[in-house]
Write a new protein. Structure first.
Length: 192
């Protein structure tokens, strides 16, 4: 599994993995129909957000002491390590705030059970909380691991084209990156 740390079209850094985005695996015997509906709604999240959340969750399952992260090589290693550390701290803070807010909303969504029909509000909120919790565990694990930054020529071409604002060549570069690293729908993660 490969991990990527690269700028998107708005020149914000994105972290994602080479594994395709897939449905969240949660198994509950009771109210399975409700959870299936909640998973479908969660998959409607923007690919940028969903890819990053799942990449963080996948780090938790890696047994090695180090994680290889592909990047463009535009920044020297010291600057890149600092930028990645600040990125992880920002993501950790964001996930803690989101989990706190969702924990406050969870009892309120339980009141929706008084309405007829399944309590889809509770289900969706619980599934989003579960996703944020897994991502937070992955962020904490990733912060403790050693980061091996590997330069990728294709990612360098992408970031160079972004900086020079060569919008005509961006789609072609994305296709090459997708082909080289066996990625799908990369334009939904890095492009508009």
């Amino acid at each position: 599994m490969k991990f990527f740390f690269v700028q998107d079209f708005r020149q914000k850094y994105r972290y994602f993995s080479s594994d395709p985005i897939q449905n969240i695996q949660v198994k509950f015997t009771r109210m399975e129909k409700l959870w299936e509906e909640a998973k479908k709604r969660l998959m409607l999240l923007p690919k940028k957000i969903l890819a990053q959340e799942q990449a963080f969750a996948r780090v938790f399952k890696i047994r090695e002491d180090s994680v290889e992260i592909l990047h463009s090589g535009r920044l020297d290693e010291k600057h890149l390590k600092r930028k990645f550390f600040l990125f992880l701290q920002k993501q950790r803070t964001k996930h803690m705030l989101l989990l706190s807010g969702e924990a406050v909303l969870l009892p309120i969504s339980g009141l929706m059970a008084l309405l007829p029909g399944p309590n889809i509000f509770f289900g969706v909120l619980a599934l989003i909380m579960f996703t944020h919790w897994q991502a937070l565990k992955g962020i904490n694990t990733l912060a403790r691991k050693k980061h091996l930054f590997i330069v990728s020529q294709a990612l360098y071409q992408w970031e160079t084209a972004l900086l020079s604002q060569e919008t005509a060549s961006l789609a072609e570069i994305l296709e090459r990156i997708e082909e080289e690293y066996s990625l799908k729908d990369l334009n939904k993660i890095l492009y508009k």
